[in-house]
Design a protein. Structure first.
Length: 142
């Protein structure tokens, strides 16, 4: 995780969490593990999207159907919104994801049972997912 990514996560978390201390702890956990891993890859990100995201979202070149009200990855990366990338990067803090996505080493954001099967991820997997999302943005934001 880069310093910019860490501050993006802090910014998003402080808007969505009551505890600033909780929000500050999240990026520190991720920064601590950076030295012990390899750099994220496009293939890993594509596999993560297919494994975890395709059950609701349409993923280009993977599936043609998702949940009707759920935006496709293509639509999200083509968003005119200036914060589309930061929303992708911190998706696990935003509804409905915060109810069922669990990040290793991060306490649950909400104390309610998940309404669907939980997804367990790491910050390293989110970094790989972002490599894939950035590649999609290069393809579709022309």
């Amino acid at each position: 995780m880069t310093i910019t990514q860490a501050f993006t996560r802090i910014n998003v978390m402080t808007r969505n969490c009551a505890s600033a201390a909780f929000a500050l702890a999240i990026p520190l956990l991720a920064l601590d593990s950076k030295a012990a891993r390899c750099e994220p890859t496009l293939d890993e990100g594509r596999d993560i999207a297919a494994r975890h995201c395709a059950r609701c979202h349409v993923i280009p070149s993977h599936n043609n159907m998702g949940i009707g009200s759920t935006p496709s990855f293509k639509l999200m990366v083509r968003s005119k919104s200036g914060d589309w990338r930061s929303k992708f990067e911190a998706f696990y803090t935003l509804p409905p994801h915060l109810n069922f996505v669990r990040i290793k080493g991060v306490p649950k954001h909400i104390d309610l049972p998940a309404v669907v099967a939980e997804i367990h991820m790491t910050f390293e997997e989110i970094d790989s997912l972002m490599v894939y999302v950035d590649d999609l943005a290069r393809q579709f934001r022309k």
